[in-house]
Ligand binder design. Structure first.
Ligand code: TXA
Ligand code: MG
Length: 340
């Protein structure tokens, strides 16, 4: 299949309309959002949604987020919207917060993987909002990466993973946030964060003036089914190191050196590990910038054919980045605090 590429600066209102019509007619389009690129199809078109799973190689029991351009679209999707959910939408939409609602019966099982709830988000990206409005249907869109790969946060990532497999790609350079949205279950009055993101537990609690839970269930019976799959993993073996800087230094100095080893760490620590190749991933004083670099750095590991990737953790990286790194390492953590 030939994939049509559109560069944002060339896109006219007439083209927005045409892209919307093609989506409405069942075609697939990779779209930029403020978090990561999404692979979009009409949320009400069973055949189009099946094509998303096929293009990504995604397991069919991992449900999709419906992206809306306005609250009228939400009315057709959510069967129940609590007052707290309304407050959160007022505060954080459009933006990197996905809310999980009780769904209306007509929402396709192909979207929700058979759950009685549905995830919805209004992305903070003016062009993508226009395209959703032009499609006149909510767009189902998982991250625009091949399943298991780090999410796509640049146009090049999307091209690498999906060129020739989908109808259209919209190039808008790099995504502003670089980490997927926070997923919050608001389908009952007990609210639970299912996936951490830039909007933190503290942000949500400060806004609602009440506590929310963080899902801590077993990966075998996940509330957010995507949690149980291998995610974001480079081809090389990833080990996370946690503990005092000095102990991380001694540990890495002590390993047999072979080509293919690399250290990913905060900028502040890069100089300490110059006995190995180092890829700094941003400053601990600018976690937003680090968020933007995480998936880029993980993808670079494959381009550089790295075989042993050591990632140094610091609590200041925050829940969202730590969560993605743990998934990239398939939970392989060397806890050096415990060793002392
Ligand atoms: O920032 C984002 O959220 C990006 C952009 C494209 O919007 N999208 C994204 O989609 O990350 P995806 O498919 O990669 O992740 C969706 C997450 C998965 O962990 C999935 O299990 C969860 O949302 N999810 C979807 N529907 C759900 C539901 N009904 N109940 C619980 N979790 C759900
Ligand atoms: Mg994803």
């Amino acid at each position: 299949m030939k994939t049509d590429i559109f560069h944002r600066k060339d896109i006219t209102d007439t083209m927005v309309k045409a892209i919307g019509q093609r989506l409405n007619a069942g075609q697939l389009c990779a779209l930029p959002t403020e978090t990561v690129y999404g692979l979009a199809a009409s949320g009400y078109d069973q055949a189009a949604i099946e094509k998303i799973y096929l293009a990504k190689g995604r397991p069919a029991d991992n449900p999709l987020i419906l992206h809306v351009a306005n609250l009228a679209m939400l009315k057709d999707i959510a069967a129940y919207v609590s007052d707290d959910a309304t407050r959160l939408m007022e505060a954080f939409w459009p933006g990197p917060l996905t809310l999980v609602f009780k769904k209306h019966a007509h929402i396709l099982n192909a979207v929700t993987a058979g759950l009685d709830t549905v995830a919805v988000r209004m992305p903070n990206h003016p062009l993508t909002l226009k395209i959703i409005a032009a499609a006149q249907t909510p767009l189902a869109a998982p991250s625009a990466n091949r399943s298991g790969r780090p999410s796509a946060t640049t146009f090049q990532h999307v091209l690498d993973d999906l060129d020739g497999r989908i109808d259209m790609i919209i190039d808008d350079g790099d995504c502003a946030i670089g980490i997927e949205s926070t997923v919050l279950d608001v389908s009952t009055d007990k609210m639970t964060i299912l996936r951490p993101g830039l909007i933190s537990k503290a942000d949500i609690e400060a806004h609602l003036k009440r506590p929310v839970d963080v899902y801590a269930g077993s990966p075998e019976t996940p509330k957010s089914p995507g949690i149980k799959y291998a995610h974001y993993q480079p081809n090389g073996h990833v080990t996370l190191l946690k503990g005092p800087l000095e102990t991380m230094f001694e540990t890495l100095q002590g390993i047999d050196k072979t080509p293919g080893q690399i250290v990913l760490c905060p900028n502040e620590w890069a100089d300490h590990f110059s006995f190995l190749p180092v890829r700094p991933i941003g400053s601990l004083s600018d976690i937003r910038d680090m968020g933007q670099q995480v998936y880029k750095a993980l993808r670079e590991m494959d381009d550089l054919e790295m075989t042993d990737i050591y990632i140094l953790l610091h609590p200041a990286m925050g829940d969202a980045i730590l969560d993605r790194l743990k998934k990239a390492a398939n939970q392989t953590i060397l806890d050096l605090e415990g060793d002392r």
